[in-house]
Design a protein around this ligand. Structure first.
Ligand SMILES: Nc1ncnc2c1ncn2[C@@H]1O[C@H](COP(=O)(O)OP(=O)(O)OP(=O)(O)O)[C@@H](O)[C@H]1O
Length: 253
């Protein structure tokens, strides 16, 4: 289901629609007699061009929130709306309303804690392949992949295999891959854990740039409170609930 060209979820004009909306999203994991409520009635509207940090203690549900926002996992209840496209709706149960794989490929970029590069492809091929899956011509894909690697300061390692790169270099290749298809929603789960302070700062600045200059909605899970200056919003996930902090100083260190 997609809202029409001029009207959206709440009667908003399409250009004013949030990049991401989570509506009353609940996620429960059941194993045997145990039920874990990882997300409990979570609501979020993230505008296009907004860059949000997601904080919270271990086990609070941060990764689960990213997986659901990124359509890698269906919510138990609630709806997920990306750029006016209803991806999940509780009334439709577990079934995605769109072909979520195709939607994900075209519109969503992920960066995980570990780079997860394809080991037998070079750095540039790892980025290139993400574009080719979306039917970009190989020559154009290669050129754009090289530009992204240059932007991330690893252009000179384009021809190296992942095992020939340091952890931080691999992670920057993974960031380039996530940006390959100019996603409207970028989700990153502790992307700077393997980086030194300077590189971590550069990656956070890049995320900020992607939101502010390209109009993407960005969520970054981080434990690094020094990075909070790079974010427009600070979200806190605790005991399954999502809340918002207005100032970095409100976040306990
Ligand atoms: N596939 C699963 N099956 C059962 N329980 C799960 C599953 N995935 C997550 N959980 C549980 O859901 C809760 C939230 O997990 P989640 O990984 O989202 O937390 P987190 O905030 O990302 O934690 P961390 O900071 O340690 O990565 C935890 O209690 C976790 O054990």
């Amino acid at each position: 289901m997609t809202y029409g060209p001029s009207e959206g979820a709440a009667g908003l004009r399409t250009e004013e629609l949030p990049g991401l909306s989570l509506r009353n999203v609940t996620k429960q994991f059941v194993s045997g007699d145990t039920v874990v409520t990882a997300l409990n009635d979570v609501n979020l509207d993230l505008r296009k061009g907004e860059c949000a940090a997601l904080l919270g203690p271990s086990g609070a549900g941060k990764s689960t929130l990213l997986m659901i926002a990124g359509c890698l996992m269906a919510p138990t209840a609630g709806s997920v709306i990306i750029d006016g496209n209803v991806l999940y709706d509780s009334t439709a149960g577990e079934r995605a309303l769109h072909d979520d794989r195709e939607f994900r490929r075209k519109h969503i970029g992920f960066v995980f804690q570990k780079a997860h590069l394809i080991p037998f492809l070079t750095a540039v091929e790892n980025v290139q392949v993400a574009m080719e899956i979306n039917d970009v011509r190989p020559s154009e894909a290669r050129e754009r992949a090289q530009v992204l690697l240059d932007d991330l300061g690893v252009g000179d390692r384009a021809g190296n295999l992942p095992r020939q790169l340091s952890g931080g270099q691999q992670q920057r290749v993974a960031v380039a891959r996530a940006l390959a298809n100019e996603p409207s929603l970028l989700l990153a789960d502790e992307p700077t854990a393997a980086l030194d302070a300077q590189r971590a700062r550069q990656v956070m600045e890049l995320f900020q740039h992607i939101a502010h200059k390209r109009g993407a909605s960005v969520i970054v899970v981080t434990h690094d409170h020094r990075a909070l200056e790079h974010f427009d919003r600070i979200l806190m996930q605790q005991d399954g609930r999502l809340s918002e902090r207005s100032e970095p100083s409100e976040v306990a260190t």
